[in-house]
Design a protein around this ligand. Structure first.
Ligand code: GLN
Ligand code: ZN
Length: 763
């Protein structure tokens, strides 16, 4: 008998119930008891959804974030929130979200402001966790109450519960030592708390505990490898069986380490690390359970069930009861239920599986392995038919696109002249002053804009009226920018809901869902579009809007596009071709748009690559090959233009040190980046590398309602000029202004333009 189990279930709810409940609680519109009751209800429903599985995860539910839950479980609260007098859940939200001193969202019993915990990406997913904070003095103290509560609820419901916790080594690895002390020194203090936790679970009648150690798929130095040995040597004293779960990548050189841990079982991601399984089978010995993650927990495609069985059946024969199967990772990263989609194209829908459908696939696989394929003949036939239809669909395969990609040569990504020659032609053509001013693209998405769009989508506003409303907004943006005296204007992006969705909606090969939300952090969700087929651009996507904006002004208007890498990284992508292949197709489509803009007289074009860094693989050794195709895709999109046309790119994350040579290879004439909060220190990478092109370091923190003063901006730019020659500097905000109010934007940009004048005068 093969055991079937799940690693985690999306907690946000099929209708994002948790999101709405959280937000209503935070606004003070509902009670803590109501919130907790909703949590219990979701857990109950999600366990029902997992009926038929041999082991069901418990403890994967969270009111905000599972890593923050671990910090509370281990008693590792940042000092600034210790001794809080109010309810524990409110304290938990204080760490998650911070609290202003005024206490606007007033559920806490007291007191002053508190800074939110830092948030960062969970491995290479789009989920963000609250970073555990450590110092040399950190002490741990078990508080298993919430986990036990959930366990009791599960048992009462008759669920065969498998508690899920984050392993001690991954927990330490994910955290940050605030005092630069060595986090690993805390391991000795941490382990007794884990032992106590496992003993508590054993006493509660638990047989198996899933202990997540995804850090095993990254490069570990000798100290961290040793930490694994030390940790599991100690944890083995507790009277529970441990399933160490790894996911998101390959074990590679850590395979022997993972296989030798003194635990009862190991879960591996057989989507990303299928090739590693054979070696692992030899390393594992003949007592351990091997759990294979054979259903992709990161994408939305149906699994090829027959192919999985072809591969797994011999392993099942070899391992017998010691083989388990599961999704590759927690289903946290996929939407809940495909059946909710009412408007999705029927073809595309028939190729997809969300969390619930993936669990159905797991049940079919389990039955096939236990009773033979005959027992699920119909399901397998249906699955095969859907996969065959997808494979042969003309909607997926567009020979013209494939041919265009095959024709790509090195020439396509090259500008006609080197930067220095282009720069002088552009200077002559654009006649910009020193320290030119610009913005990053969007202006405030006002209530009116959003209302017009939702009315239009609901069919209550006709196309013409919607277009007219957007044109009016564009005109307003242009007038304001002229009044402000900015040098390179933008149209303001009023017509765009989202910088990826806007383009995806106009490209062939993309599909959109209504409810396919995935948690990004806390109550925030994203709804990535689905890149399902070869990408082509039936018609120009932005030219009309930009040329309209250009018609309103004599100043240069900057065309605004999202780059291929960012579109790719913020979508669900195909599993039937490498990411790089989809990226090149997107690059060709964006290139056509760039050339159409140029033809229409737009000579400054910005191609945003906000998500370029996000796509970096987990292992550094694999970075370069990603960067190579990502940068090449950008270059193909951007570099077909003439010398006079100025290409801008924009990236809003920090840290360029380790990728600066690739950033330089992009060869954009101007790059604008987010730097205001780093006090220009982020320019160090550009300085050290002697980055040759122009840079616009952000001088206005757009995440904050604060208005930067003229003097502040002058000071920041002077610091920038210490690192980058002044003649190559631009003056601009950190990022787009869509989340700000006009009342904030106008004074901030007034100060920015005034600062540029001061800089010019003193140059
Ligand atoms: N052009 C986009 C904007 O201004 C860029 C957004 C981003 O970098 N995330 O909104
Ligand atoms: Zn940005």
């Amino acid at each position: 008998m093969t055991t079937i189990h799940n690693l985690g279930f999306p907690r946000i709810g099929a209708k994002r119930e948790l999101k709405f409940a959280l937000e209503s609680y935070w606004k003070g519109e509902s009670s803590r008891d109501e919130l907790k009751a909703l949590g219990a209800q979701l857990r109950q429903r999600h366990w029902e959804n997992q009926a038929g599985l041999d082991l069901v995860p418990v403890g994967d539910f969270s009111f905000y974030d599972q890593v923050l839950d671990a910090s509370f479980l281990l008693g590792n609260l940042p000092e600034r929130v210790q001794g809080f007098q109010g309810d524990e859940l409110d304290n938990y939200f204080r760490v998650a979200r911070g609290r202003s001193a005024k206490g606007l969202e007033d559920h806490g019993a007291c007191c002053g402001g508190v800074a939110a915990g830092e948030m960062t990406k969970w491995f290479d997913t789009n989920y963000h966790y609250i970073v555990p904070e450590f110092t040399a003095d950190t002490q741990f103290k078990l508080d298993a109450s919430h986990l036990l509560e959930q366990l009791a609820q599960a048992k009462a419901q008759g669920v065969n519960a498998k508690p899920v916790i984050i392993g001690p080594v991954t927990y330490l690895a994910l955290g940050k030592a605030k005092d630069e002390s060595n986090k690993l020194a805390l391991l000795d203090r941490l382990l007794p708390v884990y032992v106590q936790l496992l003993e508590t679970l054993a006493k509660a009648g638990v047989e198996w505990v899933q202990i997540d150690e995804p850090i095993l798929v990254t490069e570990l130095d000798a100290d961290w490898q040793q930490a694994f040995k030390t940790a599991y040597q100690q944890l083995k004293s507790a009277d529970v069986k441990l399933l160490v779960a790894t996911y998101f990548g390959q074990l590679l050189e850590n395979a022997a380490l993972a296989a030798s841990l003194p635990v009862a079982g190991l879960h591996v991601d057989a989507i990303n690390d299928r090739d590693g399984v054979e070696a692992l089978l030899k390393l594992l010995g003949d007592e351990k359970v091997l759990s294979l993650g054979v259903i992709n927990g990161r994408n939305i495609w149906k699994t090829d069930l027959t192919a999985v069985l072809d591969w797994v059946e011999p392993i099942a024969k070899q391992l017998g009861d010691r083989l388990w199967i599961a999704p590759s990772c927690s289903l946290l990263h996929v939407p809940v239920d495909l059946d909710s989609e009412q408007q999705l194209d029927a073809d595309v829908k028939s190729w997809l599986a969300f969390a619930l459908q993936k669990l159905d696939e797991l049940r079919v696989l389990g039955k096939a392995l236990s009773q033979g394929r005959e027992a699920v003949k119909e399901e397998l036939a249906e699955n095969l038919a859907a996969l065959t239809a997808r494979r042969n669909s003309p909607r997926v395969n567009n020979p013209a696109v494939k041919a265009a990609v095959a024709r790509i040569s090195a020439e396509l990504g090259k500008r006609k002249s080197a930067y220095a020659q282009r720069a002088s032609k552009q200077a002559e053509f654009l006649k910009l002053p020193a320290f030119p001013t610009t913005t990053i693209g969007s202006f405030p998405q006002t209530v009116e804009i959003r209302r017009a769009r939702s009315e239009f989508k609901a069919g209550r506003l006709d196309e013409n009226s919607y277009q007219a409303a957007m044109r009016a907004e564009i005109e307003r943006s242009v007038r304001e920018q002229e009044k402000l005296g900015l040098d390179v204007l933008v149209h303001g992006e009023a017509e765009r809901n989202d910088m990826v969705e806007y383009f995806g909606e106009q490209l062939d090969g993309y599909a959109f869902t209504q409810f396919a939300w995935v948690q990004s952090y806390g109550s925030r969700c994203v709804k990535p579009p689905i890149l399902f087929g070869d990408i082509s651009r039936p018609q120009a996507m932005t030219v009309e809007w930009i040329t309209y904006a250009q018609s309103l002004t004599q100043k240069p208007m900057k065309g605004m596009l999202t780059g291929p890498v960012t579109i790719l990284n913020w979508s669900f992508v195909r599993d039937d071709q490498p990411r790089s292949a989809s990226c090149l197709q997107l690059a060709l489509a964006i290139r056509e748009e760039v050339l159409d803009l140029e033809k229409a007289g737009v000579h400054v074009i910005q191609i945003d690559e906000a998500a370029l860094r996000e796509g970096l693989p987990l292992r550094k050794s694999q970075w370069q090959s990603y960067l190579d195709w990502a940068v090449e895709s950008f270059r193909i999109a951007a570099n077909g233009v003439g010398d006079e046309t100025q290409i801008h790119t924009h990236m809003c994350y920090s840290e360029f040190n380790d990728i600066i040579s690739s950033i330089a290879d992009m060869d954009a004439d101007v790059i604008t980046i987010e730097t205001s909060r780093s006090d220009m220190e982020l320019l160090e990478a550009f300085e050290t590398f002697q980055y040759p092109n122009e840079i616009g370091p952000g001088v206005y923190d757009i995440h904050s309602p604060n208005i930067p003063t003229e003097q502040h901006i002058v000071n920041l730019m002077k610091k920038a000029a210490e690192r980058v020659p002044a003649e190559r500097l631009w003056v601009n905000p950190d990022c787009g202004l869509k989340t700000r109010q006009w009342a904030e934007v106008i004074p901030a940009l007034t100060n920015m333009v005034a600062a540029a004048k001061v800089l010019r005068a003193s140059a």
